[in-house]
Design a protein around this ligand. Sequence first.
Ligand SMILES: NC(=O)c1ccc[n+]([C@@H]2O[C@H](COP(=O)([O-])OP(=O)(O)OC[C@H]3O[C@@H](n4cnc5c(N)ncnc54)[C@H](O)[C@@H]3O)[C@@H](O)[C@H]2O)c1
Length: 698
Amino acid sequence: MRFLMCPPDHYDVDYVINPWMEGNIHKSSQDRAAEQWQQLFHVLKEHAIVDLVTPQKGVPDMVFTANAGLVLGKTVVLSRFYHKERQGEEPFFKEWFLEKDFTVYELPKDLPFEGAGDALFDREGRWLWAGYGFRSELDSHPYLAEWLDTEVLSLRLMDERFYHLDTCFCPLQDGYLLYYPPAFDGYSNRLIEMRVPGAKRIAIGELDAVNFACNAVNVGSIVIVNKVSDELRQRLTQVGFQIVETPLTEFLKAGGAAKCLTLRVTEPVVSEVRAIAAVESRTIRLEGHLLDSGLINQALDVVVEAGGSFQVLNFNLGEQRQSTSAADVKVSAPSHEIMELIMVQLIDLGAVPPPQEICDVHLEVCVQTGVAPEDFYGTTIYPTEVRVQDQWVKVQAQRMDAAIVVAQTPQGLMAECKLLRDLQVDDRVVVGVEGIRTVRKVESREQRNTQEFSFMGSGVSSERRVELVVEQIAWELRQIRDQGGKVVVTAGPVVIHTGGGEHLAKLIREGYVQALLGGNAIAVHDIEQAIMGTSLGMDMKRGVSVQGGHRHHLKVINTIRRCGGIAQAVEQGVLTSGVLYECVRHNVPFSLAGSIRDDGPLPDTEMDLLEAQADYAHLIQGADLILMLSSMLHSIGVGNMTPAGVKMVCVDINPAVVTKLSDRGSIESVGVVTDVGLFLSLLTQQLGKLTNPYQSHL
Ligand SMILES: NC(=O)c1ccc[n+]([C@@H]2O[C@H](COP(=O)([O-])OP(=O)(O)OC[C@H]3O[C@@H](n4cnc5c(N)ncnc54)[C@H](O)[C@@H]3O)[C@@H](O)[C@H]2O)c1
């Protein structure tokens, strides 16, 4: 067995390219470094042959020969260093390998890969573990698979302290694996667990990890390492390894230890392995105001956060303020599963394949009522089109969380969103991510600026800011009413408790609301207030609780049940004011959806949730604006069934709820973090001013 090392003649911490180097510039002792290196050299020489490469001035990290390249048999894939500080090492290592008659492969320029620092063979030679995320690019992995004719398993590094795979991962003899799981993402951890049985996985803690216990050189049963805890030593000894500690603290200051200082140059080829790399690549095109809307950042973030990587192939920058840009981006993912995850999100952002790669959607037939094929495409709120028989077909009944069914009808091809429960046997359902695009409106800078009046996430908004946003909303409501449009309100019982009931009732009376959605509670508390003057037993006028008031809502439920329902109670003169009264009086349809916490319920509350959902969906149809007032449950329910393009105003005291509801990535939603009673009172005041512009001067 042979290793390559490089004497530390020029070693020092000259720059910072990893967190270990921070604060350590020129802090390492040359003498101590030389001594520690010699010790390692001697230890290794007891078990293997050690070759040396001549150290060079100006490239202090050349001592870390693990990063020279990746060797298998007489083939080497040379490193392409990520940081320019280390790129100077490349020609010296190349020269050494050529001298020793290696077949040398070089990756394309600008495709970083840092050799055996980021690529470690399973010690049985069954496959290659390859890291990415900090120094090496995922796109280098297919080259490794092809050139070395091996299977490559890609692992994503997440902790910048463990920037190379060999700092947190060490395959050992007999299929054992020493590693630090938190250094990897969830997908990589699953992959490791699938390939290495539990009994062979030696997961270490943070203390050993920061002592670089994984940066070990394994020769047979010997494990040469900087330092290990007693507990780890015991575990390794128990399974037959012998630990040799040799302090390498001076090299730790540069983020390296035993493994980094050595490169195994005799790596036996196992004949039966074959080139496989699960890495998949696709090209997508993005168009729009990519830079100033942040769309390109969002898209690239999606790729990286899911564990993929990207290369921007073309970027045509729109030079004028109004002109749009276009970018072609090559996206790579470590597996098909992750590629689909990324593609689904990129489709949401409006990504399409480049024209030459556009193809039809894949359709699969439903074989069980109410169950979609495994790989079905889940819809979003954005207008969607699917490619069928070489043409783009607009998907009807757009909504979130549905499947797309394509059918040939006498009127031609049809695509529509169907809820899973509505799927029928033989429905043809869109699967995978090919041939799907969402049509995002290109928002100009001016349009986006109107978003400024949305102030979600900023905690409770100042009163002046609430007033400003209310002015805008009042104006919208007025416009919609005057043009015969449709406003739908979802409301929770807090509207009543905060004294907003009378204002909401007024909005209904004055024709600003065309449908009301809520649960049992808004109706119960509204009617309690109308009939008994209390809400949840509190006297709304005096702000004190009334004796026995906690039973009021039950009495009210009983009264309405006796009448047969809310409309009947109005007809019978039992209910004479309030939100629901105004709905009945002004023929504003309402839908009350049941929930597990409902008392009663009222006869009008729909306890069959499928029916309730269908009813809500029906009432939302054609809405221009949805006003969501302090009901997380009903507002989120409504949000999920509303297509993009419908304006949404969400009012809640909790910024998290507002953010969740308003964050639809478009200009159409406005979040208002405030007390709903205050909001409604300001809104009716503002509408009053609009109706009678002179009123404020009177
Ligand atoms: N007696 C009953 O039958 C009864 C009683 C309560 C709730 N429910 C039912 O339970 C379900 C969930 O009820 P929900 O929608 O009230 O609860 P929810 O938790 O879904 O939503 C309440 C929302 O109001 C917000 N909020 C609280 N105080 C506020 C204020 N002053 N101003 C603005 N926002 C404020 C909260 O942050 C929360 O997001 C509904 O279906 C409801 O009908 C039934």
